[in-house]
Design a protein around this ligand. Structure first.
Ligand code: NAG
Length: 335
């Protein structure tokens, strides 16, 4: 068990960020929750794994999308205040595409990105019978609710590496679009590198070549996955989950870089499988009026947590972090 004091040291120390990856046990969600205030949940008290968050046109309502469940292929919910959520409103991807195995669609870990004022792209994992493993698909819609229309073919496959899962999109400063994904090597006893590759302006045609950003180190329990990339003020923050998702060690750390394609340095940190979306402009004042705490950027985040607190058998519900701060290469929950 990691102590609360260590959490503060990690969050508060710039040297911790820039040192080489240290093989200490990461700080757990339960330690963050004890701090109260900015981490709350479950805010969707039902099975809603791998939530992906967007704020269309920068204005409420927020949309979140989950892995397939009894609620649909890609269930979604909304919130006007980032406090109260609607419950599942519908299925944003009722048809995942003709390339997806009808017997075992396994539609997992969607991510949705707004490409234009009325153009949205969803990236999702699904099982391709023809490929014999998981691939990444893309689907488009003019509204965040969908229904998203799938492309005829998957956009990334790699059966020999163990399949490809956990796609996420990223828009760099200046507007260049990227796709990130995880090679699911742990399904074959291999490593789990996370890659990035440029996308064309349509948000789903791959261009150029893929670059590896990070892979699993011993401290990651054999797995890194479920990445979410955020840029702020000169730093790229690559949040990712490590350890096996059906163990209590599953949690979130992050790595930072000053270049989108790396090199990234892992930082020992925080929570679980989650999605981050920028929410506010620069130099926001945070905390009570008496606070002298100024932050460069705050983001809202959602993540999942086992409903029974032990394993995934009872489902995974959505929790949230309000006001995660990003400043000078450091992510912290309470500054
Ligand atoms: C999952 O947790 C439940 C509730 O504690 C328990 O009954 C069950 O045996 C656990 N399953 C596994 C595979 O550990």
């Amino acid at each position: 068990m990691v102590s609360f004091a260590l959490a503060l040291a990690v969050f508060g120390s710039a040297s911790a960020v820039f040192s080489a990856s240290t093989p200490t046990d990461p700080v757990r969600l339960r330690d963050l929750v004890k701090r109260g205030g900015t981490v709350t949940g479950p805010v969707l008290p039902l099975n809603f794994p791998d939530p992906a968050l967007i704020l269309p046109n920068g204005q409420a309502p927020w949309y979140v999308y989950s892995t397939s469940s009894s609620h649909g292929k890609v269930p979604y919910a909304t919130s006007h205040d980032f406090k109260t959520w609607t419950g599942v409103k519908g299925d944003a991807l009722p048809n995942p595409g003709s390339w997806v195995s009808p017997l075992n669609p396994a539609v997992w870990a969607p991510d949705v990105r707004q490409i234009t004022s009325t153009g949205y792209v969803m990236y999702y994992t699904a099982f391709s019978a023809a490929n014999g493993n998981h691939c990444i698909g893309a689907a488009t819609s003019s509204t965040p609710a969908g229904p998203f229309k799938p492309q005829a073919d998957p956009i990334v496959c790699d059966a020999s590496g163990g399949g490809i899962i956990d796609a996420s999109g990223f828009e760099a400063p200046g507007g260049a679009l990227y796709l990130l994904w995880k090679v699911d090597g742990n399904s074959k006893g291999k490593s789990t590198p996370i890659f990035i590759q440029p996308l064309g302006a349509n948000g789903y045609t791959l261009q150029g070549k893929a670059t590896q950003l990070i892979t699993n180190d011993p401290v990651d329990g054999g797995i890194v996955e479920a990445q979410s990339l955020v840029y702020w003020d000169g730093f790229y923050y690559l949040f990712f989950s490590s350890n096996h998702y059906n163990t209590l060690k599953y949690d979130i750390s992050y790595a930072i870089s000053k270049s989108v394609t790396g090199p990234y340095t892992k930082v020992q940190a925080h929570t679980r499988h989650c999605s981050f979306q920028a929410n506010a402009g620069p130099r926001d004042r945070k905390g009570p009026p008496s606070s002298t705490c100024w932050v460069d950027k705050y983001v809202n985040a959602v993540f999942h947590n086992d409903i029974n607190g032990k394993n995934v058998s009872a489902g995974r519900s959505m929790w949230q972090i309000t006001g995660l701060t990003l400043s000078n290469g450091i992510a912290s929950v309470n500054c």
